[in-house]
Design a protein around this ligand. Structure first.
Ligand code: ATP
Length: 637
């Protein structure tokens, strides 16, 4: 049992003589993790399994990692399984001799085809007993299944299902559906890998269960190094061989960024006015750029001249913008072979030569866009250069990066532009520039350090980029991006749709969703209809184990965490019921939003990119009345 305190990653790896990891060992690990409540224990269990694989069958580490997060390739490649449930049901029927109606009703009752598959034992007698499954074969075949269709897909699923033993059936079927349900997301996975690595390094002098205590600092360092490397190189096919071969301290240099592989973007902190900006930056040289309201785009060109475009979330958006690719050479000046630029794509009115609102951009088709059919034209506003001709620029200051950007690229009217910028340390000029940005159809300004503390901080919400929005609510400063986790049935005019919803922020450290408010305002009837239809497809039978909420908030339906909404509010207050940021500002109370109002769906964010618990705490604390209260209580002391 990989969760037992006595588990020894080498001695207890029962497959050590064969050196091929059985799928059953992984399935058993998943089973234990699914039954475990605390996140630390879940991570520890997974780290034990990873450590065993590192020691016994290291070439299985890559497939084991991908299988644990139910991915077939780096996320940005977008290779997905998602086999239809009915196809799987048919395969299960064929193998078990049960009828389809029975499997369907059982699935409705239990709410999980994986469990139904596990419970329906294979009844067919085989001439030859299929060989036991192993991790690398399962992974290879899942990749194959994702790429083929029709009868051959069915056959492959069937052949593998027949070979499943015990809980293998559960996880195999869940992998195919695309929902593993063990609650291991990226951050937990990276931590488990780091702990596994430390356990491996100390396998001789320490029992696995003690490593977490004895080598606390080493675990913290290893985790940080691994997570940092992953932000610039989000690809386990590269990272894992490197951690097995080299010292972890070399990881960043062994796994360099390169075009074609998205970097986690640098993010900004909100502010509530020009004064706050100057308080923060003091005498540092700063630049203000217009903050365009469109879609963030990291545009890559590799040595072969291939272009890829990634969203804020590192999703591959290349197929959405064939028009940009067609005209990409116009941007180049001089000898440019490869680059990574950071930019914002906005909708563009060709006749009036002006920026159109975000809503227009959001009507553009997302996939398989045919260049002839494009109705919404776009213009790209470039604001940063992260890589040029084989050299990464992220450790250079913004003024140097900008100089290189101007050297290698050129503007093309209505197609490629540099973000309008003003380098000034004069408060009135900043205020005036803010007004101008609004007249230019922008959201406000981004204020950035130029020379000091001005490197590109991958994946960080940095204090060196401040956003200054015109429509900031004087009290709150920014909107929040929240995950819809529950729905309340509507009454009166709203009968037949949901009338209200339960929203949550995301706590990155504990990887859980914490309730922050109920919301019922800001929706048109049409919005409610759309939301009800979409969320109705993502109802789950119970709250997820990683939802934190008070029982008094129990909604009529719980949802999978699949959609993020932008929400504005009047202010944030401490709440005895809601759990957002609990333990950060107050030990027992969370934070909730007062008068929340729906603004729009954030398609470009997945639920793990929702506003984080620390951001909620920060927004709460920077409200004037909270600050004043804190000041007066310190004065009283
Ligand atoms: P988050 O901060 O979580 O990304 P968000 O996606 O709502 O939230 P904002 O915080 O409002 O974005 O602002 C940062 C975003 O502004 C960037 O991600 C980018 O898409 C956009 N942006 C527009 N113009 C610029 C610019 N000149 N410099 C940097 N970012 C810009």
């Amino acid at each position: 049992d990989p969760s037992a305190d006595s588990y020894h990653p080498l001695k207890n790896a029962y497959w050590k003589d064969k050196k091929v990891t059985p799928y059953l060992a992984l399935a058993r690990t998943f089973q234990v993790i699914e039954e475990t409540k605390g996140r630390l224990k879940m991570i520890d269990t997974l780290s034990n399994f990873f450590c065993s694989v590192m020691l016994v069958s290291p070439e299985d580490l890559v497939p084991s990692v991908y299988l644990s997060i139910n991915q077939l390739a780096p996320a940005y490649e977008g290779l997905e399984l998602g086999v239809a449930e009915t196809t799987l049901m048919k395969a299960i029927c064929k193998a078990t001799g049960r009828n389809l109606a029975h499997i369907k009703s059982q699935t409705q009752l239990i709410g999980d085809l994986g469990i139904v598959a596990e419970q329906s034992r294979v009844s067919q007698r085989m001439m030859f007993q299929p060989a036991p499954l192993n991790v690398r074969d399962v992974f290879r075949k899942l990749r194959e299944i994702a790429k083929i269709s029709g009868q051959s897909k069915m056959d492959l699923v069937y052949n593998m299902f027949v070979a499943c033993r015990l809980s293998e059936a559960r996880f195999f079927i869940r992998s195919l559906i695309g929902k593993l349900r063990i609650g291991i997301a990226e951050q937990s996975l990276l931590t488990a890998l780091a702990i596994g690595l430390v356990k491996k390094n100390h396998i001789d002098d320490c029992k696995a269960s003690k490593v977490a205590e004895v080598y606390k600092d080493e675990i913290a360092d290893t985790t940080l190094l691994l997570k940092t490397a992953y932000c610039q190189c989000p690809n386990y096919d590269i990272i894992i061989p490197a951690i097995l071969k080299y010292d972890i301290k070399e990881l960043q240099e062994r796994c360099p960024m390169h075009p074609g592989m998205p970097l986690r973007p640098m993010l900004a902190q909100p502010t509530k006015g020009v004064h706050e900006v100057f308080e923060r930056f003091g005498g540092m040289q700063i630049t203000c750029e217009w903050k365009y309201d469109g879609e963030r785009a990291q545009i890559h060109r590799n040595e072969k001249g291939e272009i890829s475009i990634f969203s804020r979330n590192s999703e591959n958006n290349t197929a959405k913008y064939p028009d940009l690719i067609a005209r990409s050479t116009g941007l180049l000046k001089g000898d440019v072979k490869s680059y990574i630029i950071d930019s914002e794509i906005v909708a563009w009115d060709v006749e009036r030569k002006q920026i159109l609102p975000f809503q227009v951009l959001s009507t553009r088709k997302r996939k398989n866009v045919d260049i002839e059919e494009i109705k919404v034209q776009v213009c790209v506003y470039i604001f940063d250069l992260l890589y040029i001709n084989g050299t990464a620029l992220v450790t250079k200051n913004l003024s140097e990066r900008r100089k290189l950007m101007l050297e290698h690229f050129q503007e093309v009217e209505g197609e490629w532009k540099f973000a309008t910028a003003l380098d000034t340390n004069d408060i009135d000029e900043v205020q005036q520039f803010l007004e101008e940005s609004i007249k230019g159809n922008c959201e406000g300004l981004m204020v950035k350090t130029l020379d000091e503390e001005a490197t590109y901080e991958i994946a960080k919400r940095s204090r060196n980029w401040l956003k200054l929005k015109k429509d900031y609510l004087s009290n709150v400063g920014d909107s929040l991006d929240l995950v819809v986790i529950g729905g309340y049935k509507g009454k009166g005019r709203r009968t037949g749709t949901y009338g209200g919803f339960l929203l949550a922020c995301y706590d990155t450290e504990n990887e859980e969703y914490q309730s922050i408010c109920k919301i019922g305002t800001g929706f048109t009837d049409e919005d409610l209809q759309t939301h009800s239809e979409f969320l109705g497809k993502h109802v789950t039978s119970a709250a997820k184990s990683y939802y934190r909420y008070d029982p008094s908030l129990e909604p009529d339906h719980w949802f999978e965490p699949v959609q993020v909404w932008e929400v504005k509010c009047a202010d944030l207050s401490l709440s005895p019921i809601h759990r957002a940021a609990i333990g950060i500002v107050d030990g027992e109370r969370g934070i909730s939003l007062r008068f929340p109002r729906f603004i729009r769906i954030r398609d470009d964010k997945n639920s793990e990119n929702a506003t984080d618990a620390n951001q909620v705490a920060h927004m709460y604390q920077s409200q004037d009345q909270v600050k004043n209260n804190q000041k007066s209580s310190t004065q009283m002391e």
